[in-house]
Design a protein around this ligand. Structure first.
Ligand code: DMJ
Length: 775
């Protein structure tokens, strides 16, 4: 379809930071609830004083990398089995657990412990000391710390028991002080909640971050409702409301903190692990529908027995095409295995920006052609590579459209043909990865997506930031199959929503513009094309109807309405009698037809059968006319291969006049149309024309290292573009092979080709119900 394949498109990468979602470092280790409980009120000292607790220095600073020195065992005190600090986090270093420091077991030996670096109560006293050391800290900390002379005023000579009593009193006092601090609500919240935001109209609905619980939310809802109902602000009620909320928060925080403090370190660690597991499970549950695939019975494919054609001449031609496939595959394997495409002249890999860092485009694109051509070893090699190497966790932008038609389509097709689960698994995995592209206000997906970050955007050149019709309109078939196979409706919902958006829009002259803005859900520039930017949207409307066993009548109507508008406004006949499809730009016609547009001959013929009354023959003939025009575009070149675009103005017909439209990149659209025309009419000219194309490919595109595109099909000598496109193996060679095969190889009554020629079976439904609906 659009600007493509040659990789020439330069993209500005104004990405947002991929780290946006990274949590703050200090919150990494503890479960949210624990943090919520501790942060506003807990003073680290209290935690130490009460036993095992996460160790942070005042002000939230955590212990430095070096662990706090191990505490010696306290004689006569709490029997702490292991006084070494315990890291609370697997990584350690941030939060430490100290055990065995309880004031109730304070002993005369305690100072030694304090001096050794542990921080029992005594260690906290300097917080209260006066510079002269005469305050509490000086009196007690100093006295106890040295255990000898008393300095300054105060009791001069206490006996040991008195000291002990005093110590107890002070301990109780300090515990009370800290307890009070601990119990007090966070003053900043109190102030902001009660004083500054007392007007209910300014109040946020509910502070979910605080985990305020159902009651606070209910209250907030009530306030909101009152506001909606126009009730005057009730200051007293609001204050009460706030206080209740604060009280509740703190009660909860307190409860959690108390519970935590009562726990043994092992219990805390176990809780952390459990909490972590729960978070992981929640994340999985969000993805639950995708986690496992429902058991879908594999239905053996119809029409994959590959008999030799009875006519030896045809048989030979078909064998030749298989040879071409071998040449293309072997060279890719030899020079570019595992990379996306092959550079057949340079004999190395070619990477296209369309796939980001996803690798193996040729392998996935070629799978079903290998299968159909019975290249069994090659198919197994490809499968093994996919099993081991196909990875979608790439931190780079991909084209949603290209990845869908080649990778999702290729994997689904391989699954339907072979029944190998790995292809299904990979297809669904990739489908999930593409879902964030739909996170736009309208649900019309972005063109480009970073599959790792889930950030999408549109091509910078697209009109007004629009998404492209042929891109978002070419997801339907694959996504319907993803839902069908995975049992998860999400894929189908996404593409059905696209249709909903389209159906709500006014169409200029019944035509679909190529550009649609995903934010506004409105059309961009009124350019209409059945070639690049528009093409496969129309193809997928028709095929959605066919693939649904003709039950998707909405798609059918959309398709035939669109074709009617196209005929009226875009299809013209040249003075030389060639029918062509022009491009429409805001009501003006550009008399140019792209190579891409040539697929439409096959489309018209394929849809003829379901055409409104009396039009079936007409559409079949229209298909034949387009096939003839496209054949002419080939025939009028020196290489006998068609240019990228040809014109019907300035005295020429079916000839490229601009240098930048003279290239041929191994595209399939013309032979694709020959394939449908052959199957639907059996007119031998289509085999003849197809064979001309084979000869031209052999004469001009075949090189030692594979097949190359050409820069100018009018030149007498080949100028190679040095790319063997993956669609050459997926489409061009497959269609050619089918033209020289019997019709019972992949019969059109059972199979739909996606726009990359990957095979999707018709999803059978209750026919009668459909017929009734149609009536
Ligand atoms: C293929 O990738 C698909 O056919 C797509 O729809 C447009 N054309 C290229 C090959 O030309």
């Amino acid at each position: 379809m659009l600007v493509r394949q040659t990789g020439e498109l330069e993209r500005s990468r104004d990405r947002g930071s991929a780290n946006r979602r990274t949590g703050s470092k200090s919150h990494r280790a503890l479960p949210e609830s624990l943090l919520q409980g501790l942060q506003p009120t807990v003073c680290p000292a209290c935690l130490f004083a009460s036993g095992a607790a996460p160790g942070r220095r005042p002000g939230g600073e955590v212990f430095p990398q070096g662990r706090p020195a191990a505490q010696p065992r306290v004689r006569g005190g709490l029997d702490a089995p292991d006084l070494a600090p315990q890291p609370l986090t697997p990584g350690g270093g941030e939060v430490w657990l100290l055990s065995g420091s309880a004031p109730g077991h304070w002993t005369a030996d305690r100072p030694a412990a304090a001096a050794a670096g542990a921080m029992p109560v005594g260690g906290l006293l300097p917080l209260f000391s006066s510079p002269a050391g005469g305050g509490l800290g000086g009196g007690l900390g100093g006295g106890l710390g040295c255990g000898s002379s008393r300095k300054g005023s105060g009791p001069a000579a206490f006996r040991l028991t008195e000291k002990f009593v005093l110590l107890l009193v002070f301990s109780a006092f300090i515990t009370l002080c800290f307890g009070a601090i601990f119990f007090l609500p966070d003053s900043s919240k109190l102030l902001s909640g009660v004083l500054f935001h007392s007007n209910p109209a300014l109040q946020p609905a509910a502070d979910h971050k605080l985990g305020s619980g159902a009651r606070a939310e209910d209250a907030a809802e009530g306030r909101a409702r009152r506001r909606e109902e126009g009730a005057p602000g009730d200051l007293a009620a609001a204050l009460e409301d706030n206080l209740a909320r604060i009280r509740e928060n703190h009660e909860r925080a307190l409860r959690e903190a108390k519970e935590t403090l009562q726990k043994l370190p092992e219990e805390i660690q176990r809780d952390i692990l459990l909490e972590k597991e729960k978070v992981a499970q929640d994340q999985l549950r969000d993805k639950a529908p995708f986690r496992g695939l429902p058991r879908v019975e594999f239905v053996p494919p119809i029409g994959v027995e590959n008999r030799e054609p009875a006519d030896p001449a045809i048989c030979e031609k078909r064998a030749k095409i298989k040879e071409m496939m071998k040449h293309a595959w072997n060279n890719y394997k030899h020079y570019a295995w595992g990379l996306n495409e092959l550079k057949p002249i340079s004999k190395e890999g070619h990477s296209s920006s369309l796939f980001g860092n996803i690798k193996g485009a040729t392998i996935v694109d070629a799978l079903d052609t290998l299968f159909i051509m019975e290249m069994k070893n090659e198919f197994q090699e490809a499968k093994a590579w996919i099993e081991k190497n196909l990875d979608f966790n790439v931190n780079a932008e991909i084209s949603v459209f290209e990845v869908n038609i080649r990778f999702v389509g290729g994997l689904l097709s391989a699954y339907y043909l072979s029944g190998e689960e790995i292809f299904l698994k990979k297809a669904v995995e990739l489908g999930i990865k593409l879902l964030p592209a739909f996170h736009t206000p309208s649900g019309i997906p972005w063109a480009l997506l970073n599959m790792k970050s889930g950030i999408g955007r549109n091509w910078p050149w697209a009109s007004g930031g629009s998404s492209i019709l042929a891109e978002f309109g070419t997801l339907h078939l694959e996504f319907m199959h993803l839902s069908h196979l995975s049992g998860n409706p999400i894929f189908a919902e996404k593409v059905m929503n696209i249709r909903k958006v389209l159906n709500k829009l006014e169409k200029p002259e019944g035509l679909y513009p190529n550009y649609l803005n995903p934010s506004s859900g409105q059309w961009g520039q009124h350019h209409v094309s059945v070639g690049g930017l528009g093409d496969s949207f129309y193809e997928y409307l028709l095929k959605a109807w066919l693939m649904s066993d003709k039950t998707d009548l909405e798609a059918k109507k959309m398709y035939f309405d669109a074709v009617q508008a196209i005929e009226t406004h875009l299809i013209r006949k040249s003075s030389g009698g060639l029918t062509y499809i022009a491009e429409w730009k805001g009501g003006l016609l550009e008399h140019k037809m792209g190579h891409l547009t040539c697929f439409a001959g096959g489309m018209f013929a394929l849809g003829a059968d379901g055409a409104p009354k009396g039009l079936a023959q007409h559409y079949l003939e229209l298909g034949a006319e387009i096939a003839r025009t496209c054949h002419e575009s080939y025939n009028r070149t020196f290489m006998k291969l068609g240019p990228e675009a040809f014109r019907f103005d300035g005295g020429v017909e079916a000839i490229a006049t601009r240098q930048n439209e003279k290239y041929y990149i191994l595209r399939p659209e013309v032979v694709e149309t020959y394939m449908y025309m052959w199957r639907l009419t059996h007119d031998p000219k289509y085999r003849k024309w197809a064979w001309e194309a084979v000869e031209a490919l052999e004469n001009h595109c075949k090189v030692n290292g594979g097949y190359s595109g050409l820069r100018d099909v009018y030149l007498l000598r080949e100028s190679y573009d040095d790319v063997q496109q993956s669609f050459f193996l997926a489409e061009t060679l497959k269609y050619l092979y089918l033209i020289f095969s019997d019709d019972d190889l992949l019969p059109l009554e059972h199979w739909i080709f996606n726009t990359e020629a990957h095979l999707l079976p018709i999803i059978r439904t209750d026919k009668k119900e459909a017929e009734l609906k149609e009536k």
